[in-house]
Design a protein around this ligand. Structure first.
Ligand code: SF4
Length: 377
Protein backbone atom coordinates (compact mmCIF):
# COMPACT_ATOMS: atom_id res chain seq x y z
CA UNK A 1 0.00 0.00 0.00
CA UNK A 2 1.57 3.26 -1.10
CA UNK A 3 2.80 5.56 1.71
CA UNK A 4 1.93 3.00 4.41
CA UNK A 5 4.18 0.01 3.64
CA UNK A 6 7.32 1.66 5.03
CA UNK A 7 5.54 2.13 8.37
CA UNK A 8 4.64 -1.59 8.44
CA UNK A 9 7.97 -3.00 7.30
CA UNK A 10 8.57 -6.35 9.13
CA UNK A 11 12.37 -6.03 8.91
CA UNK A 12 12.27 -2.58 10.51
CA UNK A 13 9.90 -3.85 13.20
CA UNK A 14 12.23 -6.77 13.97
CA UNK A 15 15.29 -4.52 14.20
CA UNK A 16 13.44 -2.16 16.57
CA UNK A 17 12.40 -5.16 18.68
CA UNK A 18 16.06 -6.25 18.88
CA UNK A 19 17.11 -2.70 19.82
CA UNK A 20 14.52 -2.63 22.61
CA UNK A 21 15.81 -5.92 24.01
CA UNK A 22 19.29 -4.37 24.22
CA UNK A 23 17.96 -1.34 26.12
CA UNK A 24 16.23 -3.06 29.05
CA UNK A 25 17.78 -4.57 32.15
CA UNK A 26 16.64 -8.19 32.60
CA UNK A 27 14.03 -8.42 35.35
CA UNK A 28 13.52 -4.64 35.68
CA UNK A 29 9.98 -3.80 34.57
CA UNK A 30 9.44 -0.49 32.76
CA UNK A 31 5.83 0.76 32.68
CA UNK A 32 5.01 2.78 29.60
CA UNK A 33 1.65 4.56 29.34
CA UNK A 34 0.21 5.03 25.87
CA UNK A 35 -2.02 8.03 26.53
CA UNK A 36 -4.08 7.82 23.36
CA UNK A 37 -6.80 5.24 22.70
CA UNK A 38 -5.84 5.28 19.01
CA UNK A 39 -2.42 3.97 20.04
CA UNK A 40 -4.01 1.26 22.21
CA UNK A 41 -5.99 0.00 19.22
CA UNK A 42 -2.97 0.11 16.90
CA UNK A 43 -0.87 -1.85 19.44
CA UNK A 44 -3.42 -4.67 19.74
CA UNK A 45 -4.57 -4.65 16.11
CA UNK A 46 -0.98 -5.24 14.97
CA UNK A 47 0.06 -7.50 17.87
CA UNK A 48 2.88 -5.14 18.83
CA UNK A 49 2.91 -6.15 22.49
CA UNK A 50 4.31 -9.53 21.42
CA UNK A 51 7.38 -7.75 19.99
CA UNK A 52 8.21 -5.91 23.20
CA UNK A 53 10.69 -7.25 25.74
CA UNK A 54 9.11 -8.97 28.77
CA UNK A 55 10.39 -6.05 30.83
CA UNK A 56 8.12 -3.51 29.06
CA UNK A 57 4.60 -3.31 30.41
CA UNK A 58 2.09 -1.17 28.57
CA UNK A 59 -0.34 0.82 30.70
CA UNK A 60 -3.37 2.36 29.03
CA UNK A 61 -4.16 6.03 29.53
CA UNK A 62 -7.11 8.46 29.57
CA UNK A 63 -6.88 9.66 25.96
CA UNK A 64 -10.17 8.27 24.66
CA UNK A 65 -12.56 11.25 24.59
CA UNK A 66 -15.75 9.20 24.57
CA UNK A 67 -14.53 7.08 27.51
CA UNK A 68 -14.02 10.01 29.88
CA UNK A 69 -17.49 11.59 29.46
CA UNK A 70 -19.42 11.08 32.73
CA UNK A 71 -22.93 9.68 32.77
CA UNK A 72 -24.45 12.99 33.88
CA UNK A 73 -23.35 14.77 30.69
CA UNK A 74 -24.98 12.01 28.59
CA UNK A 75 -28.20 12.62 30.52
CA UNK A 76 -27.88 16.36 29.82
CA UNK A 77 -27.59 15.58 26.10
CA UNK A 78 -30.65 13.33 26.30
CA UNK A 79 -32.58 16.18 27.98
CA UNK A 80 -31.66 18.46 25.06
CA UNK A 81 -32.63 15.79 22.52
CA UNK A 82 -36.00 15.28 24.19
CA UNK A 83 -36.85 18.99 24.08
CA UNK A 84 -39.67 19.75 21.61
CA UNK A 85 -38.45 21.10 18.28
CA UNK A 86 -34.81 20.12 18.86
CA UNK A 87 -32.50 17.90 16.81
CA UNK A 88 -29.40 16.69 18.65
CA UNK A 89 -26.43 15.82 16.42
CA UNK A 90 -23.21 14.14 17.50
CA UNK A 91 -20.47 11.68 16.53
CA UNK A 92 -21.49 8.03 16.09
CA UNK A 93 -19.53 6.78 19.12
CA UNK A 94 -21.48 9.03 21.48
CA UNK A 95 -24.82 7.51 20.50
CA UNK A 96 -24.16 4.27 22.42
CA UNK A 97 -22.52 5.70 25.55
CA UNK A 98 -24.69 4.77 28.54
CA UNK A 99 -25.96 7.54 30.81
CA UNK A 100 -28.21 7.27 33.85
CA UNK A 101 -31.25 7.23 31.54
CA UNK A 102 -29.83 4.95 28.88
CA UNK A 103 -28.06 6.10 25.72
CA UNK A 104 -28.84 8.64 23.02
CA UNK A 105 -29.66 5.72 20.73
CA UNK A 106 -32.33 4.61 23.20
CA UNK A 107 -33.65 8.18 23.39
CA UNK A 108 -33.87 8.10 19.59
CA UNK A 109 -35.85 4.84 19.81
CA UNK A 110 -38.24 6.63 22.18
CA UNK A 111 -38.82 9.32 19.55
CA UNK A 112 -36.12 11.96 20.09
CA UNK A 113 -34.55 13.40 16.93
CA UNK A 114 -30.93 12.26 17.35
CA UNK A 115 -28.64 12.20 14.33
CA UNK A 116 -25.10 11.05 13.65
CA UNK A 117 -22.78 13.52 11.95
CA UNK A 118 -19.09 13.47 11.06
CA UNK A 119 -18.31 17.05 12.11
CA UNK A 120 -19.88 20.05 13.84
CA UNK A 121 -20.04 21.78 10.45
CA UNK A 122 -22.36 18.95 9.28
CA UNK A 123 -24.61 19.77 12.25
CA UNK A 124 -24.53 23.46 11.32
CA UNK A 125 -25.44 22.49 7.75
CA UNK A 126 -28.56 20.78 9.14
CA UNK A 127 -29.58 24.05 10.80
CA UNK A 128 -28.78 26.03 7.66
CA UNK A 129 -30.61 23.62 5.35
CA UNK A 130 -33.75 25.62 6.02
CA UNK A 131 -36.12 22.71 5.57
CA UNK A 132 -37.39 23.20 9.11
CA UNK A 133 -36.36 26.77 10.04
CA UNK A 134 -38.14 26.59 13.40
CA UNK A 135 -36.23 23.47 14.39
CA UNK A 136 -33.19 24.01 16.62
CA UNK A 137 -30.08 21.92 15.97
CA UNK A 138 -27.69 21.30 18.88
CA UNK A 139 -24.29 19.70 18.39
CA UNK A 140 -23.03 17.56 21.30
CA UNK A 141 -19.33 18.45 21.08
CA UNK A 142 -16.78 16.10 22.65
CA UNK A 143 -13.07 15.47 22.33
CA UNK A 144 -9.68 16.72 23.44
CA UNK A 145 -7.87 19.64 21.79
CA UNK A 146 -7.91 17.46 18.64
CA UNK A 147 -11.54 18.15 17.77
CA UNK A 148 -11.94 21.52 19.52
CA UNK A 149 -10.69 23.51 16.47
CA UNK A 150 -13.58 22.15 14.35
CA UNK A 151 -16.04 23.26 17.04
CA UNK A 152 -14.32 26.67 17.18
CA UNK A 153 -14.59 27.12 13.42
CA UNK A 154 -18.26 26.11 13.57
CA UNK A 155 -18.97 28.72 16.26
CA UNK A 156 -17.23 31.39 14.18
CA UNK A 157 -19.17 30.37 11.05
CA UNK A 158 -22.52 30.25 12.89
CA UNK A 159 -21.95 33.74 14.30
CA UNK A 160 -20.83 35.12 10.92
CA UNK A 161 -23.95 33.71 9.27
CA UNK A 162 -26.19 34.94 12.13
CA UNK A 163 -27.68 31.49 12.60
CA UNK A 164 -30.39 31.60 15.26
CA UNK A 165 -31.42 27.92 15.39
CA UNK A 166 -28.09 26.33 16.28
CA UNK A 167 -26.10 25.67 19.44
CA UNK A 168 -23.12 23.76 20.79
CA UNK A 169 -23.26 21.58 23.92
CA UNK A 170 -19.58 21.91 24.74
CA UNK A 171 -17.80 18.96 26.39
CA UNK A 172 -14.28 19.48 25.09
CA UNK A 173 -11.60 18.38 27.54
CA UNK A 174 -7.92 19.21 27.94
CA UNK A 175 -5.09 16.68 28.02
CA UNK A 176 -2.82 18.22 30.67
CA UNK A 177 -5.06 17.95 33.79
CA UNK A 178 -5.71 14.17 33.57
CA UNK A 179 -2.00 13.51 32.99
CA UNK A 180 -1.16 15.54 36.08
CA UNK A 181 -3.85 13.64 38.02
CA UNK A 182 -2.35 10.29 36.94
CA UNK A 183 1.18 11.41 37.79
CA UNK A 184 -0.04 12.42 41.25
CA UNK A 185 -2.04 9.23 41.95
CA UNK A 186 -0.39 7.57 44.96
CA UNK A 187 0.97 4.13 44.19
CA UNK A 188 0.45 4.38 40.43
CA UNK A 189 3.83 4.03 38.75
CA UNK A 190 4.31 5.14 35.15
CA UNK A 191 7.94 5.36 34.01
CA UNK A 192 7.47 6.92 30.57
CA UNK A 193 4.75 8.21 28.24
CA UNK A 194 3.94 7.63 24.59
CA UNK A 195 2.41 11.03 23.86
CA UNK A 196 -0.79 11.29 21.83
CA UNK A 197 -0.35 12.09 18.15
CA UNK A 198 -3.58 13.79 17.18
CA UNK A 199 -3.82 16.11 20.20
CA UNK A 200 -0.19 17.05 19.68
CA UNK A 201 -0.83 18.13 16.10
CA UNK A 202 -2.82 20.98 17.70
CA UNK A 203 -1.02 21.73 20.98
CA UNK A 204 2.53 20.72 19.96
CA UNK A 205 5.20 18.76 21.84
CA UNK A 206 6.18 21.69 24.10
CA UNK A 207 2.86 21.19 25.92
CA UNK A 208 4.30 18.06 27.60
CA UNK A 209 7.46 19.64 28.99
CA UNK A 210 5.86 19.68 32.45
CA UNK A 211 5.97 15.86 32.45
CA UNK A 212 9.74 15.82 31.94
CA UNK A 213 10.59 18.93 33.95
CA UNK A 214 8.20 18.63 36.94
CA UNK A 215 7.67 14.86 37.17
CA UNK A 216 10.93 13.53 35.70
CA UNK A 217 9.33 11.19 33.12
CA UNK A 218 10.34 10.99 29.46
CA UNK A 219 7.76 11.54 26.71
CA UNK A 220 7.84 10.59 23.03
CA UNK A 221 4.97 11.89 20.88
CA UNK A 222 4.12 9.11 18.45
CA UNK A 223 2.35 8.47 15.17
CA UNK A 224 0.03 5.50 14.76
CA UNK A 225 1.56 2.91 12.44
CA UNK A 226 3.31 -0.19 13.86
CA UNK A 227 6.87 0.96 13.12
CA UNK A 228 6.02 4.41 14.52
CA UNK A 229 4.92 2.94 17.83
CA UNK A 230 7.85 0.53 18.10
CA UNK A 231 10.26 3.35 17.33
CA UNK A 232 8.60 5.58 19.96
CA UNK A 233 8.89 2.92 22.66
CA UNK A 234 12.53 2.30 21.65
CA UNK A 235 13.18 6.06 21.94
CA UNK A 236 11.71 6.03 25.46
CA UNK A 237 13.81 3.02 26.47
CA UNK A 238 16.91 4.74 25.08
CA UNK A 239 16.20 7.86 27.17
CA UNK A 240 15.78 5.73 30.29
CA UNK A 241 18.94 3.72 29.54
CA UNK A 242 20.95 6.91 29.03
CA UNK A 243 19.45 8.62 32.10
CA UNK A 244 17.80 11.32 29.98
CA UNK A 245 14.34 12.77 30.56
CA UNK A 246 13.09 14.78 27.60
CA UNK A 247 10.12 15.37 25.34
CA UNK A 248 10.93 13.90 21.94
CA UNK A 249 8.93 13.93 18.75
CA UNK A 250 8.63 10.76 16.67
CA UNK A 251 5.66 12.18 14.69
CA UNK A 252 7.72 14.87 12.94
CA UNK A 253 5.77 14.46 9.70
CA UNK A 254 2.78 16.14 11.39
CA UNK A 255 3.59 17.53 14.85
CA UNK A 256 5.53 20.74 15.56
CA UNK A 257 6.97 21.80 18.94
CA UNK A 258 4.68 24.84 19.05
CA UNK A 259 1.60 23.09 17.60
CA UNK A 260 -0.87 24.65 15.20
CA UNK A 261 -1.06 28.38 15.95
CA UNK A 262 -4.24 29.00 13.92
CA UNK A 263 -6.10 26.14 15.57
CA UNK A 264 -4.98 27.26 19.04
CA UNK A 265 -6.10 30.84 18.26
CA UNK A 266 -9.53 29.68 17.05
CA UNK A 267 -10.05 27.70 20.26
CA UNK A 268 -8.95 30.66 22.40
CA UNK A 269 -11.30 33.05 20.58
CA UNK A 270 -14.40 30.91 21.04
CA UNK A 271 -13.85 28.82 24.20
CA UNK A 272 -12.25 29.17 27.62
CA UNK A 273 -11.38 26.78 30.47
CA UNK A 274 -14.32 26.11 32.78
CA UNK A 275 -13.78 26.17 36.54
CA UNK A 276 -13.99 22.39 36.83
CA UNK A 277 -15.32 19.35 35.02
CA UNK A 278 -16.20 15.83 36.08
CA UNK A 279 -14.19 13.06 34.41
CA UNK A 280 -15.12 9.41 34.42
CA UNK A 281 -12.65 7.68 36.68
CA UNK A 282 -10.75 10.80 37.68
CA UNK A 283 -13.44 12.76 39.50
CA UNK A 284 -13.71 16.54 39.26
CA UNK A 285 -10.58 18.19 37.85
CA UNK A 286 -10.11 21.97 37.95
CA UNK A 287 -9.74 23.83 34.62
CA UNK A 288 -9.79 20.55 32.71
CA UNK A 289 -12.45 21.32 30.09
CA UNK A 290 -13.66 24.12 27.84
CA UNK A 291 -16.86 26.15 27.77
CA UNK A 292 -18.24 28.54 25.16
CA UNK A 293 -17.10 32.14 25.67
CA UNK A 294 -19.56 34.92 26.49
CA UNK A 295 -19.51 36.59 23.01
CA UNK A 296 -20.90 33.30 21.65
CA UNK A 297 -23.53 32.91 24.40
CA UNK A 298 -26.39 32.80 21.87
CA UNK A 299 -24.83 29.59 20.51
CA UNK A 300 -24.20 27.95 23.91
CA UNK A 301 -26.62 25.10 24.70
CA UNK A 302 -25.78 25.32 28.41
CA UNK A 303 -27.21 28.84 28.44
CA UNK A 304 -30.20 28.02 26.19
CA UNK A 305 -31.50 24.79 27.82
CA UNK A 306 -32.36 23.89 31.40
CA UNK A 307 -30.07 20.89 31.95
CA UNK A 308 -30.37 18.37 34.81
CA UNK A 309 -26.62 18.69 35.51
CA UNK A 310 -26.69 15.72 37.87
CA UNK A 311 -23.66 13.74 39.01
CA UNK A 312 -24.39 10.06 38.47
CA UNK A 313 -22.30 7.24 39.87
CA UNK A 314 -21.11 4.59 37.41
CA UNK A 315 -22.67 1.12 37.83
CA UNK A 316 -20.97 -0.73 40.72
CA UNK A 317 -19.60 -3.44 38.43
CA UNK A 318 -18.02 -0.89 36.06
CA UNK A 319 -14.27 -0.36 36.49
CA UNK A 320 -13.77 2.07 33.59
CA UNK A 321 -12.13 4.61 35.90
CA UNK A 322 -9.38 2.15 36.82
CA UNK A 323 -8.91 1.18 33.16
CA UNK A 324 -8.68 4.85 32.14
CA UNK A 325 -5.99 5.56 34.71
CA UNK A 326 -3.95 2.46 33.93
CA UNK A 327 -4.63 0.82 37.28
CA UNK A 328 -6.12 -2.38 35.86
CA UNK A 329 -6.20 -4.13 32.50
CA UNK A 330 -9.63 -4.54 30.86
CA UNK A 331 -9.76 -8.31 31.50
CA UNK A 332 -9.48 -7.60 35.23
CA UNK A 333 -12.97 -6.03 35.23
CA UNK A 334 -15.46 -8.68 36.38
CA UNK A 335 -17.97 -7.93 33.60
CA UNK A 336 -15.46 -7.75 30.72
CA UNK A 337 -16.74 -9.84 27.82
CA UNK A 338 -19.76 -11.08 29.78
CA UNK A 339 -22.19 -8.36 30.94
CA UNK A 340 -20.11 -5.80 29.01
CA UNK A 341 -19.43 -6.35 25.30
CA UNK A 342 -19.22 -3.98 22.30
CA UNK A 343 -22.80 -4.99 21.40
CA UNK A 344 -24.10 -4.29 24.92
CA UNK A 345 -21.58 -1.98 26.63
CA UNK A 346 -21.91 -1.34 30.34
CA UNK A 347 -19.07 1.17 30.42
CA UNK A 348 -17.64 3.72 28.01
CA UNK A 349 -14.32 1.94 27.41
CA UNK A 350 -16.23 -0.81 25.57
CA UNK A 351 -18.13 1.66 23.34
CA UNK A 352 -15.63 3.77 21.57
CA UNK A 353 -13.39 2.76 18.73
CA UNK A 354 -10.62 4.18 20.96
CA UNK A 355 -11.64 2.45 24.20
CA UNK A 356 -9.13 0.05 25.79
CA UNK A 357 -11.79 -2.54 26.62
CA UNK A 358 -13.08 -2.51 23.03
CA UNK A 359 -9.48 -2.94 21.80
CA UNK A 360 -8.83 -5.90 24.09
CA UNK A 361 -12.17 -7.50 23.21
CA UNK A 362 -11.86 -6.92 19.45
CA UNK A 363 -8.35 -8.32 19.19
CA UNK A 364 -8.84 -11.31 21.44
CA UNK A 365 -6.93 -10.15 24.50
CA UNK A 366 -9.37 -11.72 26.91
CA UNK A 367 -6.95 -12.58 29.70
CA UNK A 368 -3.43 -11.91 30.98
CA UNK A 369 -0.94 -12.56 28.15
CA UNK A 370 1.88 -13.31 30.56
CA UNK A 371 2.72 -13.04 34.20
CA UNK A 372 2.53 -9.33 34.99
CA UNK A 373 3.70 -7.45 38.04
CA UNK A 374 0.98 -5.47 39.87
CA UNK A 375 0.67 -1.94 38.46
CA UNK A 376 1.54 -0.19 41.67
CA UNK A 377 4.60 -2.32 42.46
FE1 SF4 B 1 -16.00 -0.56 31.91
FE2 SF4 B 1 -17.02 -2.66 30.52
FE3 SF4 B 1 -14.42 -2.18 30.51
FE4 SF4 B 1 -15.59 -3.09 32.73
S1 SF4 B 1 -15.40 -4.17 30.78
S2 SF4 B 1 -14.08 -1.47 32.62
S3 SF4 B 1 -17.57 -2.01 32.60
S4 SF4 B 1 -16.03 -0.86 29.68
Amino acid sequence: MRYVDEYRDPALARSLAAEMRSLVTPGEVVRVMEVCGGHTHAIYRHGLEELLPQEVELVHGPGCPVCVIPMGRVDDAIAIAETDGVTLATFGDMLRVPGGRGSLLEAKARGADVRMVYSPLDALALALAGQEPDRHVCFFAIGFETTAPATAVTLLRARAERVSNFSIFCNHVLIEPPLRAILETPGLRVDAFVGPGHVSSVIGTDAYRFIAEEYGRPVVVSAFEPVDLLQSIAMLLRQLAEGRCEVENQYTRVVRPEGNARAIAAIAETMEPREDFEWRGLGVLPRSALQVREPFAALDAERLFALPGARIEDPKACRCGEVLTGQIKPWECGVFGTACTPERPLGTCMVSSEGACAAFFSYGRLRAPREEAPVGA
